[in-house]
Design a protein around this ligand. Structure first.
Ligand SMILES: Cc1cc2nc3c(=O)[nH]c(=O)nc-3n(C[C@H](O)[C@H](O)[C@H](O)COP(=O)(O)OP(=O)(O)OC[C@H]3O[C@@H](n4cnc5c(N)ncnc54)[C@H](O)[C@@H]3O)c2cc1C
Length: 513
């Protein structure tokens, strides 16, 4: 047991990007901060693994808003990690390529000018619709002052709540009768697990705009973000401990005084921030301490679908390095891809060639992601396997994975003929892998699903009814590295004056966005 002599100003449970950014922002203000992480590696979805001398990202393939002066660029600069990040900007003409069964490709380019130009080449008669799309995306983003790091960013982060209830598909459907253009405007849907009836327009807008404004890959993986944030945290006197799974909390007079880990260590704090999913937070901090209405709401929350990942190490100099991503669709009905059947799976695969130091014309590896519902692996739900808590899953599970890998390879071979002969080794992960490493109940890709029909029910506040317990991470506002970083600002506004913090972020000798 840890002695009570150390009482931290802040104890943060989980070292995802939201927990880490919060920790550094608070430490920069002079607070004593402790981060507790259950895993062997810090960073949550920023974790990487290495096979055959290739580094594979598990949950970050490319990140937007990193061009000079953009929102994530400014925040990363403020926390002091920007200059040390090793990044590769994706191609100006095309950072994403969408390819279909008929072999036709479409692309999104960087910057609104290039974005429009690329689309107009494929849809010369659709200038009005393409303009309407861009205008609306920008207008929606402008309703989120915090997203634009505006100096009067309100702590509730949105100016115009009506915008939350606009549906992404309905909007795209309303601006054109060209069915192919509609498909292309929604083709980056896997970035936000798009669903026709549910996905709000603001989710499409915040995500799509961010990628248009500077899409980057991280050289040798995104874990460098976590490593640099950890270094900064330590420089400011903060601490981070790994292999510390928080399992419960102790209270005095209705406030949390300490958290206890699986190994029975106890850590004391004045304020606690949970970077875990709200359902996990309720379990850790004790059901009895939350209001029934909140517990009911959280218990009904649906998460976004999970994923199946294939990681391929390639034979030397056999497969080109592409400085953009491929979204390979079977059908132009792009939003149907998430509702796959066992026969039709996979209806979409996202493919990217991770970038390395001194990247040449050939790729060392290929990462492939597709949707997978947790129900497909639920029969093995009793098994658990991470580096710090190792165990074998069953032969059946391994056979299931092999069968799925074969299907992905068949699809890959159709789109990249000859690729099978270029493979060195193949590794894969399922929703169970994400469940075990991240601590969500179903390995969800992006946390809580935003449902346009009940948007307030799928929105989580950073404050809880426990006076000194707060939340951070992808479930607050939106997901992704940018979303969870902005979520961390919202969390920190509870402790740092919002105007002061935004002023500091903006006043860094860089052009303002
Ligand atoms: C397959 C996949 C691909 C993705 N691709 C991209 C992409 O290309 N670009 C992008 O921007 N975003 C991408 N995302 C989304 C992005 O990675 C996430 O939205 C973001 O990283 C979530 O950050 P977070 O702060 O919510 O924390 P998380 O990453 O969810 O981390 C939570 C942390 O809490 C820890 N934890 C949980 N329970 C406990 C406990 N009891 N005690 C201690 N620690 C605990 C976990 O171990 C974990 O480290 C992807 C996600 C996935 C899954």
């Amino acid at each position: 047991m840890t002695s009570k002599s150390t009482i931290y100003d802040f104890v943060i449970v989980g070292s995802g990007i939201g927990g880490l950014i919060s920790s550094v922002l608070l430490a920069m203000e002079g607070h004593s901060v402790l981060v507790l992480e259950k895993n062997h590696q810090i960073g949550g979805s920023l974790q990487v693994f290495s096979r055959d001398k290739c580094v594979f990202d598990t949950g970050v393939h490319y990140v937007g808003s990193l061009d000079k002066g953009e929102n994530l660029y400014q925040i990363f600069k403020y926390v002091g990690i920007l200059d040390d990040l090793k990044m590769q900007r994706l191609d100006q003409e095309q950072f994403d390529v969408y390819r279909f069964e008929d072999g036709k490709t479409y692309r999104f380019g960087l910057g609104y000018e290039q974005f429009k130009k690329g689309l107009l080449e494929d849809f010369p008669n659709q200038e009005k619709a393409i303009d309407l799309f861009c205008q609306k995306v920008i207008e929606v983003c402008n309703s989120f002052p915090l997203y634009n790091l505006e100096e009067d960013s309100p702590s509730n982060y949105i100016d115009n709540p009506e915008i939350l209830s606009e549906n992404a598909f309905d909007f795209v459907d309303s601006i054109t009768t060209d069915e192919k253009l509609k498909s292309i405007l929604l083709a980056n849907g896997p970035l936000y697990a798009a669903e026709k009836e549910k996905t709000p327009l603001y989710v499409l807008a915040l995500i799509t705009n961010s990628y248009i404004k500077g899409s980057y890959r991280f050289i040798n993986g995104g874990s460098q973000i976590a490593k640099l944030l950890t270094k900064k945290l330590r420089e400011y006197g903060g601490e981070i401990l790994k292999h510390q799974e928080v399992v419960s909390a102790n209270y005095e007079n209705g406030s949390v005084v300490s958290v206890v880990t699986k190994t029975n260590d106890e850590f004391y704090g004045k304020t606690f921030i949970s970077n875990t999913h709200p359902k996990a937070t309720i379990k850790i901090f004790g059901e009895d301490h939350f209001r029934i209405a909140f517990k009911n709401r959280v218990s009904k929350l649906k998460n976004t679908i999970s994923s199946f990942m294939v990681y391929i190490s390639l034979k030397k100099d056999s497969f080109p390095y592409y400085n953009y991503n491929f979204y390979e669709y079977r059908s132009y009905d792009v939003l149907k891809a998430i509702d796959y059947t066992p026969e039709s799976w996979p209806e979409i695969i996202f493919c990217c060639t991770p970038t390395t130091v001194n990247q040449g014309e050939f790729a060392e590896s290929l990462s492939v992601m597709t949707y997978m519902d947790y129900s497909e692996v639920e029969q093995w739900a009793d098994s658990f396997n991470t580096i710090s808590d190792k165990s074998q899953r069953s032969i059946d599970y391994e056979n299931f994975k092999k069968e799925k890998v074969e299907k992905i390879l068949t699809f890959l071979e159709e789109r990249f003929p000859g690729i099978k002969g270029k493979i060195n080794n193949i590794y894969s992960s399922t929703p169970l892998t994400y469940r075990d490493y991240i601590g969500t109940e179903d390995g969800s890709l992006y946390g809580i699903k935003k449902d346009v029909k009940s948007i307030m029910n799928s929105t989580i506040n950073s404050k809880t009814k426990i006076p000194n317990l707060f939340l951070t991470g992808q479930n607050l506002i939106f997901h992704g590295i940018l979303g969870a970083t902005i979520g961390a600002l919202v969390t920190c506004f509870n402790f740092i004056d919002n105007k002061t913090l935004i002023d500091k972020i903006r006043n860094q000798d860089e052009p303002k966005i």
